[in-house]
Ligand binder design. Structure first.
Ligand SMILES: [Zn+2]
Length: 179
């Protein structure tokens, strides 16, 4: 443990992120490239995945679009054909994730601030949850069930939000080690 850093590809946040960009084989593909430790051709990747070469290229192109995969084009002098070798930038993955994480933390903090500063009103059956102004418009009577609307106790919500923010900040600390 201690200062030993995990491979960024093994972090859950990274896996979700890569899957969102490149589909369900994106994580495996990135791992294959990482393991090779130098540039790898799409043919080599294809041999290690249950995918067609066109599918491998599609994933690579999606990763390239986000700057995660980079390629080098080399010409074979005998055949005159071009081949492409690919590399993955884990620093780029970390940078993109940090950017995304920062936005999410800010969003969560704004939401928490809102939750702290504004009272919400709920009926007994919890079919509705309104801010003060709306609850007042309904004269504190739920339009759904007719029960009275009472101020919501949001302590648990706030506690959960606080926990989530701490969790995301810890993930961020983990990510900064990879930049
Ligand atoms: Zn109700």
């Amino acid at each position: 443990m201690g200062g030993r850093k995990q491979n960024i590809v093994d972090l859950l946040i990274t896996k979700e992120f890569l899957m969102n960009i490149g589909g369900k084989y994106a994580v495996e593909l990135v791992k294959i490239c990482e393991k090779k430790k130098k540039a790898i051709t799409d043919d080599e990747i294809e041999k290690k995945l249950p995918l067609k070469i066109t599918e491998v290229r599609t994933i690579l192109n999606r990763l390239h679009y986000r700057g995660i995969a980079t390629y080098q084009k080399t010409r074979n002098n005998k055949t005159g054909w071009y081949s492409y070798t690919w590399q993955i930038s884990t620093a780029r993955i970390a940078a993109l994730l940090l950017e995304k994480q920062l936005e999410e933390i800010q969003r969560a903090e704004t939401k928490m601030e809102f939750e702290t500063n504004y009272a919400f009103f709920t009926c007994k059956t919890k079919c509705n949850n309104f801010p003060f102004e709306i609850a007042a418009e309904y004269q504190f009577k739920c339009p759904g069930c007719g029960n009275s609307l009472e101020a919501t106790d949001n302590q648990k919500t706030l506690k959960d939000m606080r926990k989530k923010i701490v969790f995301m900040k810890n993930e961020m600390d983990e990510l900064t080690k990879h930049c």
